[in-house]
Design a protein around this ligand. Structure first.
Ligand code: NAD
Length: 490
């Protein structure tokens, strides 16, 4: 008897989303012959294939963008943002579908995926407001002589994104760069290529002229081609510090304006006078939200003096998170192995495992890349887990005698993305606000992401280049000012 295999049973079967295509000059085109499997982290199944574009594909997209630039740059800002008003409405219309796509390709739980869409809408709203915010200046500098400064686009620009926020991070750059008159190439992470492809379709539906926004898929070769291409004037990067360093050096060596955001090691200082319930809920949410795959995630809790009752609550809060239900998987098999290695190494070095997420699984989805919430006590600042970014739902608790000792640990880290303090003392809060060597500080807030119009950006090895990537800082990055001096009359 012959049996007919179900459509997806054969390893040769085409994945559900087929082969992803580049979006160049308003058309969907092949991204090159070399393809990479895209896995759904919750099941391990192959859901798509992504092309690994190289210099030829990048060059084609740059040509399309350069051809579109004169028309788009000459369109008044008030007209350009009309496209983004329509795009914002399309994000709302397709919020359910986009949420489902993030859940599938990234593995986030639904509420986290939906939060990305809401944030993308907020970021688009800021771009819609740019006619009121990105104004020029004029001043009579001496009798009859006037100086004015006008903003002009930088030109053709590129944005390279990481895997951990497939929709939100591209929205840090895309709406503002386009509103300010640039034409753009987006290079999404090859681990999550599907959401960016939907963004291109929605921007086209909103009426963005062909060539203004292009998507080039791929990995290292595509990014290197973006850094090197003389037709690209500015480039932003968001990802790990290792790659941010390489990209920043390479892009600036090619004389591009560049901003490269890197990894993080965020410390949450918990003071003995902190309000226990809210603090524990915040610490647990910060360390395990998005499965700890946030550059703003709490990675180290600096426990000042005796905060054991709060720590017990943190462990209880974390224990309530269930992989496959309220906690998503991590991005890949390699990420799961790396995170579990960190925990085992710390345990061998003397840390106590209060909650162990190693070997976690989700019933019915055993092929997924699951790591349960993990809390380690007795971590010392010299341990690898206290120094390196783990990027998983793992909290290392380091004991500190007082606030000065806690700040010394926080400030010894070469990273400087975020730092938070939990306290009911204004003096302790003030001390952390002033002395923490981090670009984003939280007081009783575990994930202190600045909201528009404030800019997102860290210090130290968490960001290379001047300014922030969102908010008002992005206006400086995506424009050049032209200063004109005029004299009329006698
Ligand atoms: P990653 O550095 O591995 O990849 C980021 C991008 O760089 C991807 O598009 C990838 O294709 C490309 N890339 C990878 N290797 C490259 C190479 N050798 N040369 C050139 N390009 C290369 O980062 P990831 O794993 O996708 O994302 C997680 C990291 O991003 C974490 O370190 C996290 O902290 C960081 N992150 C930082 C921020 C921030 O605002 N500072 C925000 C989000 C994520």
């Amino acid at each position: 008897m012959t049996t007919i295999a179900p459509p997806d049973a054969s390893p040769e079967a085409a994945p559900r989303h087929g082969t992803v295509r580049n979006h160049v000059g308003g058309a969907w085109v092949d991204g090159g012959a070399e393809l990479l499997d895209v896995h759904a982290p919750a099941t391990g199944a192959v859901i798509a294939r992504v092309p690994l574009s190289g210099p030829a594909e990048v060059d084609a997209a740059v040509r399309a963008a350069r051809a579109a630039l004169p028309g788009w740059a000459a369109t008044p800002l008030k007209e350009r943002v009309q496209v983004l008003f329509r795009y914002r409405a399309l994000l709302e219309r397709d919020a359910d579908a986009l949420t489902a796509l993030i859940v599938e390709e990234h593995g986030k739980v639904e509420v986290e995926a939906r939060a990305e869409i809401l944030k993308a809408i907020e970021l688009t709203e800021f771009a819609c407001a740019l006619p009121q915010v990105a104004t020029g200046e004029v001043l009579e500098v001496s009798r009859g002589v006037e100086c004015r400064a006008d903003r002009h686009p930088v030109g053709v620009v590129a944005s390279v994104a990481p895997f951990n926020f497939p929709v939100m991070v591209p929205h840090w750059t895309v709406p503002n760069a386009l509103a300010l008159g640039n034409c753009m190439l987006l290079k999404p992470s090859e681990l999550v290529p599907l959401s960016a492809t939907r963004m291109a379709a929605l921007l086209a539906e909103a009426g963005l002229p062909a060539g203004v926004f292009n998507v080039v898929h791929g990995g290292q070769a595509a990014v290197e081609a973006l850094c090197d291409h003389p037709g690209i004037d500015a480039l932003t990067f968001v990802g790990s510090t290792r790659v941010a360093t390489l990209v920043y050096r390479r892009a600036t060596a090619a004389l591009k304006r560049a901003l490269a955001l890197g990894g993080a090691k965020n410390h949450l200082i918990v003071m003995p006078d902190a309000e226990p319930r809210g603090t524990a809920a915040n610490v647990a949410a910060s360390m395990a939200g998005c499965s700890g795959q946030r550059c703003m995630a709490a990675s180290v809790m600096l426990a000042v003096a005796d905060v054991d009752p709060i720590l017990e609550r943190v462990v209880e809060e974390a224990r309530r998170l269930v992989p496959g239900d309220t906690l998503g998987p991590v991005i890949s098999r390699e990420a799961k192995a790396r995170i579990e290695r960190h925990v085992t190494e710390a345990e061998r070095a003397g840390a106590r495992v209060l909650l162990d997420g190693r070997g976690a699984t989700a019933p019915g989805r055993e092929g997924g890349y699951w790591v349960g919430p993990t809390v380690l006590d007795g971590v010392t600042p010299d341990m690898r887990i206290a120094r390196e970014e783990v990027f998983g739902p793992v909290l290392a608790v380091v004991r500190a005698a007082d606030l000065d000792a806690a700040l010394a640990v926080e400030n010894a880290s070469p990273y400087g993305n975020a730092a938070s303090v939990f306290t009911t003392s204004g003096g302790a809060a003030r001390a952390v606000m002033e002395r923490a060597q981090a670009g984003m500080v939280g007081v009783n807030v575990g994930v202190p992401v600045p909201r528009e119009p404030f800019g997102f950006g860290g210090w130290g090895e968490s960001a290379f280049g001047a300014g922030d990537i969102t908010g008002k800082g992005s206006i400086e990055f995506w424009t050049r000012t032209k200063k004109t001096t005029t004299r009329w009359g006698t």
